[in-house]
Unconditional design. Structure first.
Length: 486
């Protein structure tokens, strides 16, 4: 391992990091993915579990990751290795960093395809390709956009090029500045769309769908999806937040920045739901429309609004920007690892990564046309990338991180980095030791079919078990530490 020659770049103060991390967190996950998986998993109950996962797992994991990044000052692999070595633990733990880096890369490989949809729809909005389309036309337009590999490939290639161009230029230049106007702009657009939705005739149905808790509607697969999405939407366990954390100045408060990012991210997702579902219900569409949900619904709303053509353009510009600020964060881990370890320039690292990315993402893009039949166990390549990362790699990576922080490493490390008051520190420790890992484990146990847990009926028991395990865990903690430390 070579250490970087120059001191590591840093964000411009606390807001630099918050903006960049928000830019990473808020993206297609909030506006494209959250509404469509909520639709697929039946609404309210899914939303509730998702919010619980953000709070109980997402926030503690994010704090832990940023602390790892800042303490280790490096890519996930180097940072984790440095932090565990500092505590005298096995450097094998840096496998967690490898998995995160791989997850970020895999996510980006399908993310550029979805971002490509956004670019393509921007072009359609500009060139009038969406005007006057009916509900059925919208489905046909979405299908036609996917059917031609040259068309779809053109857009995903464009996104890949744009991402690598920005990443090649360095961490600070473009990232922070664009988020500063894009994020408020996106929120304004969503407010306008929600305002429109209120009068569309589908608003009450949308509210009911999103916020009425119907315990029976949630499958174990839905719970795993909610957990996975909490990781996805906050950019966790994929190298992004950890690497951004490695550029965080020593004096910034990790807890405060984490909470700010988590709140902004959650609000944007809920607002996207409130913008999309009224259109769905008012037009008699199915909430289970799948990945095309956003692209088949919102253009209908724009069509019916005064100045809709202009709003459509603005919306897809901002969606595309939001996608880019997320995309750049996904390769930052890989690029910074290459720069620190392989003696290559940032530009070379970015373009090298870009070529591999282009190959893998082209394969993912083909899932929508010529490769539609290339499936394995019912999933095509695009789906596999999403499924493996969201359902397995990120939750498992997050589990590894919290166990490491909670039981294995010297407690002084995190006390220093987080700099919390004793009471808040105790709360964080309780979360990373028990609540987050048990939450992840319970959902895995359920999803693997080992046991079916009825959350609606049994939550008091589950809470009691959690407390019991925590008490026993605290008593057995020195021993547990030794076991986990290997
Ligand atoms: N959080 C991003 C979004 O919601 C996606 C992302 C995942 C970004 C993993 C970085 C790492 O769109």
């Amino acid at each position: 391992m070579t250490t970087p020659q120059q001191p590591r770049a840093q964000w411009l103060g606390r807001w630099g990091f918050v903006l960049a991390a928000t830019g990473s967190a808020v993206g297609l996950g909030n506006i494209w993915k959250f509404p469509y998986i909520t639709g697929e998993h039946g609404g309210g109950a899914f939303v509730l579990i998702y919010l619980a996962c953000i709070l109980a797992v997402g926030v503690p994991v994010m704090m832990t990751e940023i602390a790892f990044g800042r303490r280790g000052r490096g890519s996930p692999i180097d940072a984790v290795r440095r932090v565990v070595t500092e505590s005298g633990r096995s450097s094998l733990w840096s496998l967690l960093g490898w998995m995160a880096m791989l997850a970020g890369f895999m996510i980006l490989s399908f993310y550029v395809v979805v971002a490509g949809w956004s670019f393509a729809y921007l072009w359609k909005a500009v060139s009038g390709g969406l005007a006057g389309a009916s509900v059925d036309d919208m489905a046909a337009i979405f299908a036609a956009n996917n059917a031609n590999p040259l068309n779809l490939g053109f857009w995903s290639t464009l996104v890949t090029l744009a991402t690598m161009l920005i990443v090649g230029k360095g961490v600070q230049a473009g990232i922070e500045k664009s988020v500063r106007w894009m994020m408020p702009g996106l929120v304004v657009m969503l407010v306008i769309l929600i305002g429109y939705g209120m009068f569309s005739g589908g608003f009450i149905d949308a509210l009911r769908f999103l916020f009425v808790f119907d315990a029976g509607s949630l499958s174990s697969d839905g719970m795993l999806a909610a957990l996975g999405h909490a990781f996805f939407t906050l950019s966790l366990a994929s190298g992004a937040i950890l690497t951004y954390g490695s550029y965080l100045p020593a004096r910034a408060s990790i807890a405060r920045t984490t909470v700010t990012v988590a709140i902004a991210d959650t609000l944007v997702a809920l607002m996207a739901g409130l913008a999309i579902f009224p259109v769905i219900f008012a037009n008699g569409m199915s909430p289970e429309g799948g990945p095309g949900l956003l692209f088949m619904s919102l253009p209908l709303a724009f069509q019916a609004m005064p100045l809709g053509g202009l709003f459509a353009i603005l919306f897809f510009v901002m969606l595309s920007m939001a996608a880019l600020t997320s995309a750049i964060s996904m390769v930052e881990a890989t690029v910074s690892w290459l720069v620190d370890n392989k003696a290559v320039s940032r530009r070379t690292a970015a373009w090298g990564t870009g070529i591999v990315l282009w190959l893998v993402s082209t394969l993912a893009m083909l899932s929508f046309n010529v490769g539609a039949d290339w499936t394995l166990a019912g999933r095509h390549f695009f789906d596999w990338l999403d499924y493996l990362t969201s359902r397995w790699m990120m939750p498992l990576g997050g589990l590894g991180m919290v166990l490491l922080a909670g039981f294995v490493l010297n407690s002084a490390t995190f006390r220093d980095e987080l700099g919390l008051s004793p009471r808040w520190h105790a709360l964080w420790l309780f979360m990373v030791r028990y609540v987050s890992p048990l939450g992840i484990l319970v959902i895995f146990v359920d999803a693997l079919g080992i046991a079916r847990i009825e959350f609606g009926a049994h939550w008091p028991w589950l809470a009691a078990v959690l407390v019991a395990i925590s008490v026993i865990g605290e008593l057995a903690s020195p021993r547990l530490r030794r076991t986990l430390a290997g």
